[in-house]
Design a protein. Structure first.
Lengths: 292, 170, 558
């Protein structure tokens, strides 16, 4: 009797995996997933999380859109001092970080779905599984998108004004109220970062949350629905931002970013639509401001 | 196990009521049967502790616990007399885990203690005896029942213990 | 099958509704019992308040209360028990415990050959290198296994254990990982070496955990197995203990998802004669974090326990720069000398003098690039290869403790301690740091003097003076404590930790305490400031913020 028990256990015992350890990508999904990564320039484990996002971006391509937020309420990781002079925090992104539950770093929200280690924040090991569940059904078939978003940007070099036009189309009729949120991110900021035990003076910071265009939590899409257009099929709503609103988006409490658009070629507009009750993001799109 | 709900909502008031009832309805206990180890790594069953019908002291200690070592040191000074007069036996149970278990025997030998020493490295015996902070010392009568117990140690506490031993030796 | 489920659900609902009354019945019924022989248990209640205090960076918080009560019923060969716990406004590190309920319940049967337990149980194989489940409420650790354990033992000292179940994580015992394990402990003297005076005990364990693979990036092993072999040889004077463990590929959050196997070796030996004890231990750990769930962190769901090989300190200034165990890789040694300088010698004096010297050091393990790969520690690869006998590049920790204890006369006893500690916080990164600084390699020297003075029978006082000197981190500290004990029930104490060398601002952390104990009950009350501390498990640390307030603690057993 004891012998049988022993043998049974040993049979289930060990999965020795042989290389290669990585799996191949399955077919591309139509949906997109937004990952808001909470990070800090004095956080030594955070570059590992950035590398993880690079790995996931290679795997998922354009299906994964990432934003980096430095929460101002964790000054031991995001505050400035003599060695870390750049201020990456903004008022609006601080509000988001607090509401999502970012109380240590690194963490990330995945389409703001609920769960994870704290409110809606997941540790970097959990990102892959959650992203996959949002893009593919349990059988591995790609899920189709409920909303289509198209972004058109036009920048006037002479008077440095930016116009953003966001069109959205509902492919199925959506239940409940939704909001559209538009923001601007910037790549290629060279500033110090600690990585493990090393201090890297000229680290390249990407996808940094610079400012919100229509409020940190956006506005109801009912404001932007075009009159007389059927509820799905042709584009149903349009959000327009233009130069008159410039001063409003200047007030982000970040002295390093002004709207003189010095690094305009590194900036992108990100727009997402989410359900106001569940707070889960339905679809996200990203588009560079200067189109090549 | 899924049918035995883990998260039954027992409120604070109910917990306090249960606590009070426990104190009222307590029953005098025999020591539980648990497997612990002696200093040579042999497994011993606590239910087999015996002293020919004479009293037994069980003292829980650890190598890092100063009051515990002080208590055992002070009793060591008078242990010979105690044994002569009452045939009492002191069993010292160390709750040191693997971090300090190899230090128990050298420490005991360097101090010259003459007790029976055992190791309860996963606190299994300590938990069943309701031991939380140490030192916690029990006195068992000739029938193996717990008749007295005490937590913490101050110089002079061993006198109270000895009075109790004399009482039950008669 | 459906009817079975419905029936169980019905039973479940009845128990749920009437559980409280049922419990009262069980407790009061036993007074009159033929069914219940013994009923006892123990409890602990804590309450702590948090006031705002800018001088130490303490924030105002809601008062934190927590407690547990263990209840155990016994009849002849059966034992049944449970533990009720509650946590209200828990502090950081314990947030997931918020709430109350039954955290532990079991039914046990034991006779001369079997020990069977169904429900939640704790167990340790050997020193815990591949399995140790235990309850430590102070650290928030309760990784008991909920399932079935069968232990079989014979008179010839062979102990066999088999267990299967799921580990508990805070209030949840339905996580994904399942554990199956077997263990054998054998005393060879009874079987083979009957006439030897040396005791030989051997142990062999095997533990496997099963967790499904939901990861789209990597092919993960669903069954991870670990085995452990140990042998203990104990003679009259010398004893040697060898403990070796091996774990197959276990990519997890702790090791950065690498596929390398894990191994651990701990060898401890000691020599003891009357008046002298020597201990020597060496240890090497390579990738031995082992959890029920790959992504669990901090104190959650650890299956094993890596024995720390550094001295357990109790003096407050000696606990400021502790070594944090690194399950991913560490190696080191520890030496201890316990010597009693005999009475009537010049140094020994009338009563003799006790000397204890302890030395320990810890290094990282050697890591080099694995064949065909380009980086060390990259996720989704083997990770690295490591030469077993080479030291790593970094010295992580070193400590020397010299402690002398001397009884001067019937009233006075002196204890003097010197500690030199080197803590490579640059690598360990566990200490809180000031703004504008980085983690440093900390070198500190600590002097401690403890005077125990017995004023008269039943009245004892203790005076403790400590000083820590360092050029790094927060600078120098001084500490003073006076305690007065009135046997058998009372104690009062007052203490102050003064960080006068702090580069930013010097701070006092003073507090007063009092306590009362009677029989097996103890109540303590402390008011004052507590310095920020560290909450570290398995190589990861969280800071516990400084606090200012009152804390009350009651422990009792019945």
């Amino acid at each position: 009797m004891k012998r049988i028990y022993l043998i049974l256990i040993l049979c289930y015992s060990c999965d020795k995996i042989d290389p290669p350890y990585t799996q191949n990508t399955t077919q591309l999904s139509e949906k997109t997933v937004l990952i808001e990564k909470f990070t800090g320039h004095k956080c030594s484990n955070c570059p590992d999380a950035s590398r993880k996002i690079d790995e996931l971006s290679e795997f998922y391509g354009e299906n994964l859109i990432s934003i980096a937020i430095h929460p101002g309420d964790l000054p031991e990781f995001t505050g400035t001092d003599d060695n870390y002079t750049y201020n990456f925090t903004t008022n609006s992104s601080d509000i988001i970080a607090n509401d999502m539950g970012a109380n240590f770093l690194p963490l990330g929200t995945i389409n703001r779905i609920e769960g994870g280690i704290s409110n809606r924040c997941w540790t970097k090991e959990e990102w892959a599984t959650q992203i996959d569940d949002l893009l593919y059904d349990p059988n591995g078939e790609p899920l189709s998108k409920n909303i289509d978003i198209e972004i058109f940007n036009s920048f006037n070099e002479k008077n440095k004004t930016l116009t953003i036009q966001t069109n959205f189309t509902l492919n199925t009729s959506l239940e409940g109220n939704h909001k559209l949120c538009v923001l601007i991110i910037e790549d290629g900021i060279i500033a110090p970062q600690v990585d493990g035990s090393d201090y890297i003076e000229d680290y390249e910071h990407n996808h940094i949350y610079r400012c919100s265009v229509n409020g940190e939590y956006g506005e109801e899409i009912s404001k932007f629905l075009l009159p007389g257009v059927p509820s799905s099929g042709d584009f149903v709503g349009q959000f327009m931002y233009s130069a008159e609103h410039l001063t409003e988006i200047n007030t982000t409490n970040n002295i390093n970013w002004t709207s003189d658009w010095a690094n305009i070629s590194n900036c992108f507009v990100v727009a997402y639509i989410y359900n106001t009750k569940t707070l889960v993001i339905e679809h996200t799109e990203k588009h560079p401001i200067i189109n090549d | 196990m899924a049918f035995f709900l883990l998260l039954i909502n027992i409120s604070m008031k109910k917990i306090i009521l249960i606590t009070l009832l426990c104190f009222l309805f307590k029953v005098s206990a025999q020591i539980p049967a648990v497997d612990i180890k002696d200093l040579n790594g042999n497994i011993i069953n606590t239910a087999k502790f015996e002293n020919n019908g004479n009293p037994i002291i069980i003292s829980f200690w650890a190598t890092w616990c100063k009051p515990c070592k002080q208590e055992l040191e002070n009793i060591n000074d008078v242990y010979e007399e105690w044994v002569e007069d009452t045939s009492v036996k002191l069993i010292a149970i160390s709750i040191d885990d693997a971090r300090n278990s190899s230090k128990i025997k050298p420490l005991v030998m360097s101090k010259g203690w003459e007790y029976e020493i055992y190791q309860d490295s996963n606190r299994e015996f300590a938990n069943k005896m309701g031991v939380s902070p140490i030192p916690h010392t029990f006195l068992l009568n000739g029938k193996g029942e717990v008749v007295w117990e005490h937590v913490t140690y101050t110089d002079g506490d061993e006198d109270e213990l000895y009075e109790k031993i004399l009482e039950i030796s008669e | 099958m459906n009817y079975m489920k419905k029936f169980l659900k019905l039973v479940n609902n009845i128990i749920y509704k009437y559980y409280f009354s049922f419990l009262i019945f069980l407790i009061t019924f036993n007074a009159n019992s033929q069914i219940i022989d013994d009923f006892d248990g123990n409890l602990q209640l804590n309450h702590q308040t948090f006031n705002e205090d800018e001088s130490i960076g303490a924030e105002k918080r809601e008062p934190y209360s927590n407690g547990y009560i263990n209840l155990i019923w016994k009849n002849n060969k059966f034992t049944a028990g449970q533990r009720l716990e509650f946590y209200k406004n828990p502090i950081p590190g314990f947030e997931e415990y918020a709430g109350q309920g039954i955290s532990h319940r079991f039914l046990q049967f034991r006779d001369n050959n079997f020990d069977i337990i169904i429900g939640d149980f704790y167990e340790e194989f050997g020193s815990g290198l591949i399995l140790k489940t235990y309850f430590d409420p102070g650290l928030g650790i309760d990784n008991s296994i909920d399932g079935l354990k069968i232990k079989y033992f014979t008179n010839s000292n062979i102990y066999l254990t088999g267990l299967i179940g799921k580990q508990k994580s805070f209030w949840d015992n339905q996580n994904d990982g399942m554990i199956r394990a077997i263990n054998a402990d054998v005393n060879l003297n009874n079987l083979l070496f009957k006439k030897w005076s040396t005791n030989i005990n051997m142990g062999l364990s095997f533990v496997t955990k099963k967790e499904s693979d939901n990861n789209p990036l990597y092919i993960l092993p669903e069954n991870v197995g670990a085995w452990n072999g140990r042998i203990n040889m104990s003679g009259r004077k010398i004893s040697v203990n060898i403990d070796y463990a091996y774990k197959i590929n276990d990519p997890s959050s702790d090791n950065g998802y690498i596929y390398k196997n894990g191994n651990a070796l701990i060898i401890e030996s000691n020599y003891s004669v009357k008046g002298l004890g020597l201990v020597m231990g060496i240890k090497r750990i390579d990738n031995m974090s082992f959890r029920s769930e790959r992504n669990a962190i901090l104190q959650d769901l650890n299956i094993n326990y890596i024995t720390p090989l550094t001295k357990q300190q109790s003096y407050s200034l000696a606990t400021i720069y502790p070594y944090i165990s690194q399950p991913n890789g560490e190696m080191g040694t520890q030496l201890d000398v316990y010597y009693k300088i005999p009475k009537k010698t010049r140094l020994g004096g009338k009563y003799g003098m006790n000397l204890n010297i302890n030395y320990s050091n810890m290094y990282s393990i050697e890591k080099s690039i694995y064949v065909d790969e380009s980086l060390i520690g990259e996720s989704g690869t083997m990770g690295y290869s490591s030469n077993f006998f080479s030291l790593g590049n970094d010295k992580l920790f070193q400590e020397l403790n010299i402690e002398l204890t001397k009884k001067i006369n019937k009233k006075i006893k002196l204890l003097g301690t010197y500690i030199n500690v080197q803590n490579n916080d640059q690598i360990l990164k566990s200490q809180p740091i000031l703004s504008n600084s980085n983690h440093e390699y900390i070198n500190a020297n600590i002097f401690i003097l403890e005077i125990l003075y017995k004023i008269k029978p039943k009245h004892a006082t203790k005076i403790e003076l400590q000083h820590l000197r360092t050029k790094e981190h927060f600078g120098n500290w001084a500490m003073g404590l006076i305690e007065y004990k009135l046997s058998p029930h009372w104690f009062w104490s007052i203490q102050d930790l003064y960080n006068y060398g702090n580069p930013e601002k010097d701070t006092h952390y003073y507090s007063i305490s009092t306590g009362f104990n009677k029989k097996s009950n103890r109540l303590t009350l402390t008011y004052g400031k507590q310095r920020a501390g560290l909450f570290c498990v398995g190589g990861v640390c969280r800071e516990v913020p400084a606090s200012n307030g009152i804390s009350i603690s009651l422990t009792s057993s019945f």
